[in-house]
Design a protein around this ligand. Structure first.
Ligand code: COA
Ligand code: AMP
Length: 636
């Protein structure tokens, strides 16, 4: 258990672990239940733990209807601001409730019922949020797929989630180009074994999607004839959504979120972690395709009666590095949540913060950062230029909300560079050594959470119970293995250092090097390959591919490298940001055949590295150093 100086945070943290059930039962009173729970926590079958067993509720009712009923109907709920089209639109709780009820009617007309899956593949438009909440209203399970993924990735998710219906749009808009989604959707359905019955398509004016007869339904036409649908009660333990995230192979993990624990935990975090009160405006500058978007663009702010900003644009280039400050000023944002990479992009273009000075940012109280470690330079720049506390907090798709944070709503504790501060209430966090023993303070090891996980964390992986157990619960029995390495110091501050698996973090996006290697191996001239994440000043990390060519291949290396770059973009998508590969004669390996990716990464990053004792042929590392130097990587 993490210790900090006695105070409000510490008292609450202790209570959350020692008197777990009372703690969360009290938080659950803020939720409207259709049927009260029988047990706060069912711990009879470890490592399966279930929260609010016997309870029934509807998440959409709690996000929208309850606020209309309690007099917040005319208050802003969803503020859409599109920097790429210039469109802005505000939905009040009442208008959003009405739109969602109507779209739930559309989905019901297409045959969607409680428990059915609906895949949502959409850009950052209000209809994406409306579709998510409409699924929740029906008790259907949504699975949002990020727009930057290619058709192949979408197909894998279609086969795993087996949706009855898909919801998509004609296009997304990236700076300088319109990305047509519909051809990607059609291709994904062609590739998938499972065929959804219907696709509801939102036509945007920037591109007209060709419709497939007897399958595709126009959003506007279907809405015109639909009737509003009421909320369907579901069990607290029923799934609300599946969100696919990168695992160590090409098969993504379908993280499942339930309804009851999720609603309770997320509503609790708004006041206690983020320190926002109902009625204030909260902005998570992320995408609905990521967990941050699920939790903090859609569910948590609405559950807590906050206005939430849905921003379609980038931190820079849409049109300039003042975009974030314009949005904060125009919509009176109290709390901003984004990834450090967004701030690095802004800082690069506006190092002196001149755009910041053009706006009155008086409404902004706190900046929260997550998705990757906040480097001290970015932290200090943001603190200095914005004059508000900058809070790094650590979490994962699996956890749904932060494992470690400086909970400003409870008690703001001193910030330390490079640390997301303390374990959040509910998370019994520790560092384990390789034998599964608790490491001494200050010693690096695997960050692990003693079970049970708090409400809101994932109960399983969709269709993959054994993978859930193997990936998270087996290495350290009784603990959740976060696969992040880290330290807890003598004062209880947590430091998250790096992943212990083959996951890399590119511009705050979680990507699997294993999945990229699977694509590279498919190239006919590639005999062997390895992908590793190398340091990048803007994106934190970017993938770099090492290729060993098949014997006898005499094609130009540059051509093969360009082909594998195109292959990754085509199979995984532009989000992979896979832009560089190089040909090497051999890959460095241990005597047992394990590729030394970490050593290759250290060489590319110009870090000090030690010759691994188990390497089979040390000369290979000189060859790798030379090959990297030839494409511009500094020799260390
Ligand atoms: N649909 C289609 N393509 C998309 C897309 C979408 N929804 N989102 C991103 N892409 C494409 C981009 O156009 C880009 O393509 P390119 O290779 O042709 O340039 C590629 O995917 C990579 O996108 P992105 O990661 O956004 O990088 P970028 O270079 O365009 O912008 C940043 C860099 C730092 C400005 C941007 O990554 C950013 O704002 N990050 C914030 C991070 C974030 O929101 N993290 C979520 C967790 S909080
Ligand atoms: P995702 O599941 O996409 O949210 O990615 C989760 C991973 O991102 C974590 O396992 C960490 O490796 C990394 N991460 C997220 N937030 C932080 C943070 N504040 N500090 C360090 N790493 C982070």
């Amino acid at each position: 258990m993490v210790e900090a100086q006695d105070g409000r945070y510490q008292t609450l943290y202790r209570r959350s672990l020692h008197d777990r059930e009372t703690f969360w039962a009290s938080a659950a009173e803020a939720i409207q239940w259709d049927k009260p729970w029988e047990r706060v926590l069912d711990d009879s079958n470890p490592p399966d733990y279930r929260w609010f067993v016997g309870g029934e509720l509807n998440t959409c009712r709690n996000a929208l209807d309850v606020h209309v009923e309690s007099g917040r109907g005319e208050q802003a709920a969803l503020i859409y601001d599109s920097a790429v089209t210039g469109r802005k639109k505000t939905f009040t709780f009442k208008t959003l409730r009405d739109e969602v009820a109507l779209f739930a009617g559309v989905l019901a007309d297409q045959g969607v019922r409680k428990g059915d899956r609906v895949i949502i593949y959409m850009p950052m438009v209000p209809e994406a949020v409306i579709a998510m909440l409409a699924c929740a209203r029906l008790g259907a399970v949504h699975s949002v797929v990020f727009g930057g993924f290619a058709a192949n990735e979408l197909a894998v998710r279609i086969d795993d989630a087996t949706p009855r219906v898909m919801v998509s749009a004609s296009c997304g808009i990236e700076p300088g180009r319109v990305v047509e989604y519909k051809p990607l959707l059609d291709e994904a359905i062609r590739l998938a074994q499972h065929k959804p019955e219907r696709c509801v398509i939102l036509q945007r004016e920037q591109a007209q999607a060709a419709m497939v007869a007897d399958r595709d339904v126009d959003w506007v036409e279907a809405r015109a004839v639909a009737k509003p649908h009421d909320c369907v009660s579901v069990k607290a333990t029923d799934p609300l959504y599946i969100l696919y995230t990168s695992g160590t192979t090409g098969q993504p993990k379908g993280v499942v979120r339930d309804n009851g624990g999720h609603a309770v935990a997320l509503k609790w975090t708004m006041q206690n972690i983020y320190g926002v009160s109902p009625g204030e405006t909260f902005w998570a500058a992320s995408d609905v395709g990521w967990v941050v978007g699920h939790s903090y663009i859609v569910y948590a702010p609405l559950l807590a009666g906050n206005a939430t900003v849905l921003y379609e644009g980038k931190p820079v280039g849409t049109p300039d590095p003042g975009a974030f400050w314009r949005v904060i000023n125009e919509h009176k944002v109290s709390v901003l949540f984004t990834a450090p990479t967004a701030f690095r992009a802004i800082k690069k273009e506006d190092p002196k913060g001149e755009h910041i000075r053009q706006y009155d940012l008086d409404s902004l109280r706190t900046l929260f950062l997550a998705g990757e470690r906040t480097d001290p330079d970015t932290l200090h720049w943001a603190e200095d230029k914005l004059g508000v506390p900058v809070i790094d907090h650590w979490w994962q798709t699996e956890t749904g909300w932060s494992i470690a944070a400086n909970c400003v709503g409870i008690e703001r504790l001193p910030i330390r560079d490079g640390s997301p501060s303390f374990a959040a209430p509910g998370w019994d966090l520790c560092v384990l050594d390789e034998n599964g023993k608790e490491a001494d303070r200050g010693q690096i090891g695997t960050l692990a959470v003693k079970l049970p996980l708090p409400p809101g964390a994932f109960p399983t992986l969709w269709n993959a119970r054994q993978r859930y157990l193997d990936s998270y619960m087996t290495t350290f029995p009784g603990y959740y293995n976060t696969s992040d390495a880290g330290i807890i110091d003598a004062d209880g501050y947590v430091y998250v250092m790096s992943r212990t698996d083959d996951i890399i973090n590119v511009a705050g996006h979680r990507l699997s090097t294993g999945a990229m290697e699977e694509v590279l191996s498919d190239h006919p001239d590639v005999a062997e390959c390895a992908v590793t994440g190398v340091a990048d000043a803007l994106k934190g990390q970017v993938p770099l591919g090492f290729l060993v060519l098949s014997a006898g291949c005499d094609r130009a290396h540059a051509d093969i490298c360009a082909e594998v770059v195109a292959l990754v973009r085509d199979r995984i998508g532009p989000v992979a940001a896979f832009k560089q590969a190089l040909v090497v004669k051999r890959l460095p390996k241990t005597r047992s055949g394990k590729v030394l990716r970490g050593t290759m990464r250290a060489i590319a990053d110009g870090q000090d590295w030690k010759m691994p004792a188990t390497i089979d042929d040390p000369a290979i590392l000189d060859e790798i150093t030379e090959s990297l130097a030839a494409i511009g990587y500094p020799r260390n």
